[in-house]
Design a protein around this ligand. Structure first.
Ligand SMILES: Cc1cc2nc3c(=O)[nH]c(=O)nc-3n(C[C@H](O)[C@H](O)[C@H](O)COP(=O)(O)OP(=O)(O)OC[C@H]3O[C@@H](n4cnc5c(N)ncnc54)[C@H](O)[C@@H]3O)c2cc1C
Length: 406
């Protein structure tokens, strides 16, 4: 079978690496460079923590987690266990986190609920932000009612992981093409027959055609555009993901290290507030720089009609002005300043699960709508795509992640 994968982010490359060793003739087409769009914009967390996951969701993550364990053992890719801490600002959310900890622990995840008092172990002040903090929306958490902590969650360089998948795919015989755009998908009698591709050189645009029995849409936030070319309509929406890397003065970080080693033995994990803002220690590229941290916003709510143009790359002013205060959750980051900023787009679905499987157009398979978990889930999604291509996606998966579930 001839397969064309559209998109060279975490999903497209993981899928190519998975399909490479099969008997299929696989081509991956990426219009830019490997892993440089949403994948590079992400916080690079491979997450075990989840709020009120179902057994199915934990199972999907566990499947991806096992693949990542092998990958980080066998490759020279670096990943650091920094863990995740969800912080409750209300007692009601604390109860949800407590239930989540129990579910995760039942499924083999090293997760525990931490009471308000226990948060000091992570350098978090349970009385919330200090009085000088002034978030733009006025919603400054003045209490942390508890937290969900998982120990194993990894911080990695997601673009490097995508490049690794792409290299594995190449080694297995996949034709990985960058700087090539899929401009149209051709169908014949209701089945996919190929794609039109275009390559821009400095002055000339070359357009040509690739035959394909199967086309896999792994185009990330651009997936809806590709679906439109074959008349497939799926409930995909976008949310804006503003990000900033901050650096604190070196003396402050040294003070913080001393304080932590004396009284706060645990380093601050990836910390996500109930009100969605988060801080992840380390540099933008996922390296463990002690004076740097990344602040972001975990927006995953689905709103119909929220398919955006994807051209707005400026940080909202309110996010920029609040970022140093959010970073101050990491001890020693009280005077941090922004060194880098960017915006990525999440592609979200009504039920928060990805959409994976063959659509009503025979041979047109989607692997999109990763709802903020595309790094975490990439190897599991790749497995599901392989099952879908083989016509072996089982009933449970069709119901939970298949395109026909909506
Ligand atoms: C701010 C932010 C933080 C995040 N943090 C995390 C995190 O910590 N952990 C986690 O698990 N997830 C995280 N996510 C989610 C994760 O980044 C995404 O789910 C994941 O990167 C999606 O990968 P993808 O391959 O689907 O998309 P992308 O990485 O965007 O790849 C799609 C590729 O398709 C290419 N393409 C599009 N159209 C065409 C075409 N017509 N022809 C050829 N190529 C085309 C694009 O150039 C692009 O490279 C975050 C997301 C954001 C926005």
């Amino acid at each position: 079978m001839k397969i064309v994968i559209v998109g060279g982010g975490s999903i497209g490359t993981a899928t190519a690496a998975r399909l490479g060793p099969t008997d299929h003739e696989v081509t991956l087409v990426e219009r830019g460079e490997i892993g440089t769009e949403t994948t590079a914009a992400s916080a690079g967390m491979v997450m075990r923590a989840a709020v009120e996951p179902t057994p199915f969701d934990v199972g999907l993550r566990n499947r991806a987690w096992e693949a990542y364990q092998r990958l980080f053992e066998e490759s020279d890719l670096e990943a650091e266990r920094i863990g995740t801490l969800y912080l409750a600002e209300t007692p009601a959310y604390a109860e949800r986190l407590e239930r989540s900890a129990a579910t995760l622990a039942e499924h083999g995840v090293d997760a525990a609920f931490r009471t308000s008092d226990e948060l000091t172990e992570y350098g978090i002040d349970p009385t919330g932000f200090d009085g000088s903090t002034d978030f733009d929306d006025g919603q400054v958490p003045d209490e942390f009612a508890g937290g969900l902590h998982t120990t194993a969650d990894l911080r990695c360089n997601p673009a490097a992981v995508a490049s690794w998948f792409a290299a594995c795919a190449r080694d297995a015989g996949v034709d990985v093409r960058t700087g090539v755009e899929v401009t149209d998908i051709r169908t014949r009698d209701g089945s996919v027959s190929g794609v039109d591709i275009s390559t821009d050189t400095n002055t000339v645009t070359n357009t040509t055609h690739l035959d394909a029995d199967t086309v896999i849409n792994a185009a990330g936030p651009w997936a809806p555009q590709l679906n439109n070319t074959v008349g497939v309509s799926l409930p995909l929406a976008h949310t804006v993901g503003p990000m900033a890397e901050l650096e604190c003065p070196s003396s402050a970080s040294q003070d913080a290290d001393t304080t932590r080693s004396n009284s706060n033995p645990k380093a601050t994990p990836f910390t996500i507030l109930e009100s969605k803002r988060y801080v992840r220690p380390g540099a933008a590229d996922g390296s463990p720089a002690p004076r740097r941290a990344v602040v972001g916003e975990f927006n995953t709510g689905y709103a119909e009609e929220s398919v955006l143009e994807l051209d707005e790359r400026d940080l909202p002013d309110s996010f920029r002005s609040d970022a140093p205060d959010v970073a101050s959750l990491v001890s020693g980051f009280d005077d941090a300043t922004i060194t880098e900023e960017w915006v990525g787009y999440r592609t979200v679905t009504p039920d928060g699960r990805p959409i994976v499987g063959e659509t009503k157009v025979s041979g047109f398979v989607v692997a999109c709508g990763l709802t903020g978990l595309g790094i975490t889930l990439a190897p599991a999604v790749a497995d599901l795509v392989a099952d879908a291509v083989a016509g072996e996606l089982d009933r449970e998966h069709l119901e939970r992640v298949g395109p026909e579930r909506f």
